[in-house]
Structure formats: C-alpha cells, structure tokens
Ligand binder design. Structure first.
Ligand SMILES: [Zn+2]
Length: 122
C-alpha cells in the first residue's frame, strides 16, 4: 500500500482508501478503473463468461472481448461464472489503486477447466 496526496485537501492518504480520512472526499486519489479481458484458449470460446464485480453482473464476455468500468479504489471481488457449467466458476479479490487501471486477464485453465486470473496495473 502506498501513500498518495488527497486531490482535495492534499494530505496523505493510503492509495486504497475509499474516502479521505481528513476531509471525507470519495476516491481521494482519483477514480480507479477496472478492465477485464478474456483471452482465447482451446475450447469453450463461444460460451459467454459472466463477469461479476462485487457480486453484481457487469458483463458477459466471449473470447477476445473486454469491458471496463470505473470503481472506487480498494478491494473488489471479481467472479467469473460459466452459465452452462456453474461449477466452472472462480473468484478472486483484487486491489485497485487510485487513479490507475487494473487490467485483469481471464483465461480458461486447461488443468482445472476453471477461469484463471492474472492482473497488472496499467
Ligand atoms: Zn482529503
């Protein structure tokens, strides 16, 4: 966790703080963005993958598709569910830094048959 300056009061806050502890403004480091990409691997490519963010459905992705949204900085739970095979779902929590875009790549694991995540800050 890094310290940043609040965009309103300029005091130091954690980059993952949803609100500034000094002045109370939301997203003190600026809005964070989340991008979820689904990459193609063998099989299952045309079956849409339901992407849930904090338990709400946000998108249905087929292979090589992506979507992005603005989120509050901090921890968000990403879950990917296959409607045809609900057992083949996976969830993970990610920390999205203020003012940055977290790109999450989802690929189907050939080993487990479940979605697999990798994330990088863009
Ligand atoms: Zn502040």
């Amino acid at each position: 966790m890094a310290l940043i300056n609040c965009r309103e009061c300029t005091k130091q806050v954690a980059d993952s703080a949803p609100t500034c502890p000094h002045c109370g403004i939301r997203s003190p480091g600026g809005a964070a963005k989340l991008e979820v990409r689904r990459v193609k691997r063998l099989g299952g490519a045309i079956v849409p993958l339901v992407v849930m963010v904090d338990n709400e459905e946000m998108a249905r992705l087929t292979s090589n598709k992506s979507f992005n949204m603005t989120v509050s900085p901090g921890t968000h739970r990403i879950e990917c569910v296959f409607l045809q095979r609900p057992v083949a779902s996976a969830a993970q929590e990610f920390d999205v830094p203020a003012g940055k875009t977290l790109v999450i790549t989802v690929a189907m694991s050939r080993l487990t048959g479940k979605p697999q995540f990798s994330a990088e800050v863009a």
